[in-house]
Design a protein around this ligand. Sequence first.
Ligand code: PD2
Ligand code: ZN
Length: 274
Amino acid sequence: MSNQIITLDLRRWIDEQTAAGVSDEAVLEAMVTSGWQREVARGALREALRARPPRATGLPEPKLAEGAHSVPAGDREVRIVTSVTAPRVIVFADLLAADECDELVALSRERLERSETVHIETGGTEINAARTSDGMFFERGENPLVTRLEARIAALLNWPVENGEGLQILRYGPGAEYRPHYDYFDPAESGTPVILRRGGQRLASLVMYLNTPPRGGATVFPDIGLTVAPQRGHAVFFSYDRPHPDTRTLHGGAPVLEGEKWVATKWLREDRFT
Ligand code: PD2
Ligand code: ZN
């Protein structure tokens, strides 16, 4: 039997299980228990996810009045530089003031460590050659500046502060990069259920630039050929209505060619992040 036929056969069964309220994790384990190779089972689950309807209950998204070139964000009005509908990507100007960028850098500098990424099989973290930056996380509401920025982001994107992960700060030195990846958690990976217990899936990402690197360090979206130049105070926002490559939200941080690049990232979950 070809993989295609296996997949089609499994697809129908997976859809039935999902409709009956069985979790992706339980479906995957049931397939493995009944003799399917784990990789084949994962492939079939991914296929089934592709066909699943997108979220009906809304995504983080600014309130854009018709023809407006700026959007309210609580304590300030934020200008829109570029906006793409599919995938949803928006570049904002001056989301952060220069002194706010400098203060975030100063507050995080002493706390940076070599960045880790989530280990997809266990849900823990690991050092990863695809991500050569240094990083740290602020707790949500950890200090007055973080609290103010989180309120501004919640107002800008119409998404509760409580559903945001703690602000992540990254510093890339010369040559450092973040190779293209998706920010959502792959439902077919075994570590994902553990990660999802803390607030469900990620639905959107906001990468804020804390400095203007002299050369390199753009945020790139290879599937749509978009390159966002990092500029202090600007930010790039993108959302994904399902955890699937069909969202075309593959993105990366290109190597820094000169100087340093500092960013703050806010990820937004479907539920309260704990
Ligand atoms: O620093 C970036 O440009 C970048 C690129 C891709 C950051 C992230 N992803 C992230 O924080 O997820
Ligand atoms: Zn990312």
